[in-house]
Ligand binder design. Sequence first.
Ligand code: GRF
Length: 216
Amino acid sequence: MSQPRLAVLISGTGRNLQAILDGCAAGDIDAQPVLVLSNRPEAGGLERARQAGVPTAVIDHRGFAAREAFDQALGDALEAARPDLIALAGFMRILSADFVRRFSGRMFNIHPSLLPKYRGLNTHRRALDNADAWHGASVHYVTEELDAGAVVKQGRIRIHADDDESTLADRVMQQVELKLYPEVLGWAASGRLRYHDGAAELDGQRLAAPLQGDYE
Ligand code: GRF
């Protein structure tokens, strides 16, 4: 089987993108990065892609009056790269149902919380405000409802007494996200992970609950 084609959508600095590109270069993710697509021309991740020799494209959402028109243009740019797998990596636009349906079953997101806790924004602050003992990140399939698709795996770390929003965000990124996302994408690239009837299947087994890992 030929290597799956992988596209990554970003909006920002692209630390997750870097881990994914490094994983591809090292062979841990057996996929060919074919496109890094950003909705922001100033996204730092675009330079990371150029350094890695991966084609980039920008569809600036500010150039569109309506979400549907932006999503159509974004989807067309993505489809032109013929991706088998799509990773949202710090992509900060909510995607319409039409867009999600176009790429259903092959699009992943990483979200910085232990889903179903804390969908949406400010996850680190909310975990601290609730005095949670654990926090982390989840990799899930993207479905029409925000941060609600089948979770493949989540990684957790303990919240420390002296953590603030910034230290916690940093530890979730360094200890969990940068390891968890390449791991799950590696399974998808090798064909071990599939999407079937709204659920994730690993090695032919439906995941009744997300896989869990301690990333202490
Ligand atoms: C990460 O925390 C990711 O989980 C969230 O946005 C952040 C992206 O950071 N959705 P980066 O662009 O990968 O550096």
